[in-house]
Design a protein around this ligand. Structure first.
Ligand code: ME8
Length: 536
């Protein structure tokens, strides 16, 4: 197994609706983390896709008046794929659970679980919430209703189905949480999962009678039953990288490095999914590590939920924000910045265009955009359109009587950035680049105020060259620090500094981090407006 690889996934989304700012949030976070790893030249595979064997989709197709379910699924999957493309999401693969490659992998997985002795038939009576696509026990309900979908009547299901003996894996799951606490992220969710497994995790029905449910993958060897949508959906993370079709590819990418999900589906990812793999691995060597243990995903990270102007995003309230509309109104990099910056990753928060516009003006326009514009414009004006000629090493020193820590301060920012990327905390990375002491954007702006290069030039051109070189070089480094979050802005800065972003990227992150990447005498290209005034 190549240790230096990064396989990241988003949930596969239901296609009963088009993307909104919530699904965009997860997808943008995954995109930024994928870009951060690619920038570090770590082989990266970024997967997203659509969850199509769901009753919800069936209902949505009927509501839309489309008789041909496959035609509905095809057109909606295209809407999702196109939206992500238009927003510049850099996914490597888009899986649909109606694809042949997925069905083949699901069949192999089912057979493995069956062979392990963990599938049996039983009759039972229970209530099913289509909103959650989940069976509910009496303790899950509030006044006899699903607390998440109180307006949806529960379906009473009484039939003979296949069951997965999930309870066989209770202890192994608890051991997993104890031995590898990082499996469940953020840490604040670990107790929730542990107590769920201790108290409520039980055998579950993993099929429905085909005559009652016209969507879903048929149970291998028994067409009269169809596989429960979550049991099939989770396996997408494997089928996309070749499980059931391409063992070599599977060995290359599995296990997933990070499943990024919303907090609503953490139980499925942190309990059911590893239990399924533990079972299948007993009978399928491809799912085993060298020591025979099951190859489980390395981490699941559950982020929080967005409200819109304080309200839950919902169809009935009609408040779902279409990310494509946001992209028409704002430079999309600014939306990415806002989403990833505003809320500590893992916590709930509110999406408000007022806050977005405030941050656009203050963080991006005033602090980043102005700094880059001023520093490049001054350098161009005083130094013949070029990066000033100066002693690069000397320019890397901290400056007396100022807040500026120089190259050392920037190196400190980089080492913190690496930790934040590893922990998937891009909010902290951004906060630090903007606000920390020493060499952040705040410090750089202060340095301009403290040294006043536009006055200093008359008295001391040599010192001005040092100050402006330091600031230009800092802008170059900021660009690479924020590149995963704002790729277009970063490229714009690099181009204004007279460099080719692709050529620079190819040098590798260690080179990009080094003080002095900007060569004195390089021709600058001022003028590109990074954050244009918003049209209201
Ligand atoms: O659950 N805030 O699909 P889904 C933040 N098909 N994130 C949000 C959000 C909000 N308000 N609303 C949705 C499913 N999300 C299954 C997944 S995976 C094998 C199967 C995001 O279309 C968040 O990531 O209901 C959440 O987990 C996901 O959309 C749910 O998408």
């Amino acid at each position: 197994m190549d240790k230096r690889k990064f396989y990241i996934t988003t949930p596969i989304y239901y296609v009963n609706d088009k993307p909104h700012v919530g699904s965009a949030y997860t997808t943008i976070a995954a995109d930024a983390l994928a870009r951060a790893h690619r920038l570090r030249q770590i082989p990266t595979y970024f997967l997203t896709g659509t969850d199509e064997n769901s009753q919800k989709n069936l209902e949505a197709a009927a509501k839309a008046g489309v008789d041909d379910l496959q035609a509905y699924l095809d057109s909606m999957a295209e809407v999702w794929k196109r939206t992500w493309r238009e927003l510049g999401i850099s996914f490597d693969d888009f899986i649909r659970t109606t694809e042949e490659r997925h069905h083949r992998g699901v069949e192999r997985f089912w057979r493995a679980v069956e062979k392990s002795g963990d599938i049996n038939k039983a009759t039972y009576e229970r209530e099913y919430c289509v909103g959650c696509e989940e069976f509910k026990t009496p303790t899950d309900l509030l006044d006899g209703k699903c607390p998440l979908h109180p307006n949806r009547p529960l379906e009473k299901v009484s039939e003979e189905n296949y069951f997965f003996r999930a309870s066989n894996y209770k202890q192994q799951l608890l051991d997993l949480y104890r031995d590898k606490p990082e499996f469940v992220q953020p840490q604040s969710r670990q107790n929730e999962i542990r107590s769920y497994v201790e108290s409520a995790f039980d055998d579950l029905s993993i099929s429905r009678e085909s005559k009652k449910l016209s969507c879903g993958i048929p149970v291998p060897g028994d067409d009269s039953q169809r596989i429960y949508v979550w049991f099939d959906a989770l396996i997408n993370y494997m089928t996309a990288v070749g499980y059931g079709t391409d063992d070599e590819m599977f060995r290359k990418w599995w296990p997933a490095s990070l499943h990024l999900v919303g907090k609503d589906i953490i139980k499925f990812h942190c309990a059911l999914w590893p239990a399924m793999i533990m079972s299948a691995a007993k009978s399928d060597g491809l799912l085993q590590a060298e020591d025979g243990s099951a190859l489980l995903p390395e981490r699941v990270y559950a982020h929080g939920f967005f409200t819109i102007d304080g309200q839950k995003i919902s169809k009935s309230l009609g408040n779902a924000v279409d990310p494509l509309d946001l992209a028409k109104k704002y430079p999309f990099d600014a939306v990415r910045y806002f989403l990833l910056r505003e809320i500590p990753f893992g916590e709930d928060g509110d999406f408000s265009t007022k806050r977005l516009e405030e941050r656009y003006a203050s963080d991006l326009g005033n602090r980043l955009g102005n700094l880059v514009n001023r520093v490049i414009a001054m350098s161009a004006k005083y130094f013949d359109g070029k990066v000033p000629q100066t002693d690069v090493e000397a320019a890397g020193e901290g400056m007396d009587d100022t807040v500026w820590d120089g190259a050392e301060g920037l190196a400190g920012l980089w080492s913190e950035a690496e930790k934040h990327i590893e922990a998937a905390r891009l909010d902290l990375l951004l906060d630090q680049v903007w606000n920390s002491d020493g060499a952040s954007l705040t410090a750089a702006n202060k340095l301009v105020e403290q040294t006043q290069p536009f006055k200093l030039f008359k008295e001391d051109p040599e010192k001005t060259a040092i100050v402006l070189y330091a600031l230009l070089e800092a802008c170059r480094q900021y660009a690479w620090m924020v590149e995963p979050i704002m790729p277009n802005v970063a490229n714009g800065i690099i181009r204004q500094l007279g460099q080719d972003p692709d050529v620079e990227k190819a040098k590798g992150i260690e080179e990009l981090k080094k003080w002095g990447g900007l060569v004195p005498g390089t021709e600058l290209h001022p003028g590109e407006v990074l954050f244009p005034r918003l049209i209201s």
